[in-house]
Design a protein around this ligand. Structure first.
Ligand code: PBG
Length: 325
């Protein structure tokens, strides 16, 4: 059958009809809200390149997360900005470190009402800004694994539900799984930043987390944007090493990767709608070139349609009011 018997416009005639046949829906419970906790801050500090976003002092985290929970969000991803950076990033695994303290407060306040996930990486904690420790001027993979293990265990001790290794070291998921299990945290999950591309879209985040590398760049450990098959290998390895959730990052320029990962693997797929993607929408909206709400919803919908089960997004708090005005 074809036109004139077939008329696809029949099902597009009214909003009720369009809603009835919509294949993909956004819901705040599938969103994760990134939170930047700054040990140096006394009051929330606006992040210039991420309009509307803040670096929070530890004591403001609970209130901010409560606002997100009121907007239907049930999961947070914590990043820390420590008061002290050194060559080894030792503040990252301090029992009284900035993320560890924030996790404890959230756990106490919200119990199991929310999922608390933590970023496990060194770049915010090292003086040189790399995601691992340096040896002879290079990021040393295996030495870094030992530190990532300590960070993950310290986050679990503080009460994290999920740890999210983002340093792109080989073997990081296996190392963390072993360390968590040995420390008695077999119930703590791992969300692996498996498909983490070397991307210009992290620039506002690096501004926010003060973690741009001082020398060299991250292309020696993050993925090359021209490759898809290699990243599927990364994901397969991470699943083999024990990842409970795998992530594709950034999201918008990598929808094909999300969709291939979804088709190929049976673990939940997370996508990180990163800082640069947020900043572009904000900047274009400010100029009057696009409507912020429409642009953000269309992007999030596309990420979900591509196959993301879970989206990490700086728009998380806005979605509920946008979809149910
Ligand atoms: C590394 C990390 C980065 C982001 C999340 N975790 C930065 C990087 O690899 O340079 C970027 C997040 C974003 O841009 O929103 N700890």
């Amino acid at each position: 059958m074809s036109f004139p018997d077939v008329r696809l416009r029949r099902l597009r005639r009214t909003q009720a009809m369009r809603d009835m046949i919509r294949e993909v829906r956004l819901h705040p419970s599938n969103l994760m809200y990134p939170v930047f906790v700054d040990e140096n801050a006394c009051a929330p500090i606006p992040i210039e390149s991420m309009p509307g976003y803040l670096r929070l002092p530890i004591q403001s985290v609970v209130d901010e997360v409560r606002h997100a929970v009121e907007q239907g969000v049930r999961a947070v991803l914590l990043f820390g900005i420590p008061s002290m950076k050194d060559e080894k990033g030792s503040a990252a695994y301090a029992a009284d470190g900035v993320v560890q303290k924030a996790v404890q407060l959230l756990r106490k306040e919200f119990g199991d009402e929310i999922v608390v996930a933590t970023d496990v990486c060194l770049c915010e904690y090292t003086a040189h800004g790399h995601c691992g420790v340096l040896k002879n001027g290079e990021v040393a993979n295996d030495l870094t694994l030992e530190i990532l293990q300590k960070i993950a265990v310290s986050h679990a001790q503080a009460g994290a539900d999920v740890v999210a290794p983002s340093s792109m070291m080989d073997g990081q998921v296996q190392a963390i799984r072993e360390a968590l299990d040995d420390a008695g945290f077999s119930q703590v999950g791992i969300m692996a930043y498996s498909a983490k591309y070397a991307s210009c879209f992290y620039a506002p985040f690096r501004d926010a987390a003060e973690c741009a590398p001082k020398l060299g760049d991250r292309r020696v450990y993050q993925m090359d944007c021209g490759n898809a098959r290699e990243v599927l290998r990364e994901i397969a390895l991470d699943i083999n090493e024990g990842a409970d959730i795998v992530m594709v990052k950034p999201a918008l320029a990598y929808l094909d990767i999300i969709s291939q990962a979804k088709a190929r693997f049976n673990v939940p797929i997370a996508a990180y709608n990163v800082s640069g993607e947020y900043a572009m929408v904000k900047a274009a909206a400010k100029m009057g070139y696009v409507d912020e709400k429409a642009a953000a919803l269309e992007i999030l919908m596309a990420i979900k349609r591509a196959g993301a089960d879970l989206i990490i997004t700086y728009f998380a708090k806005d979605v509920k009011s946008w979809i149910n005005p």
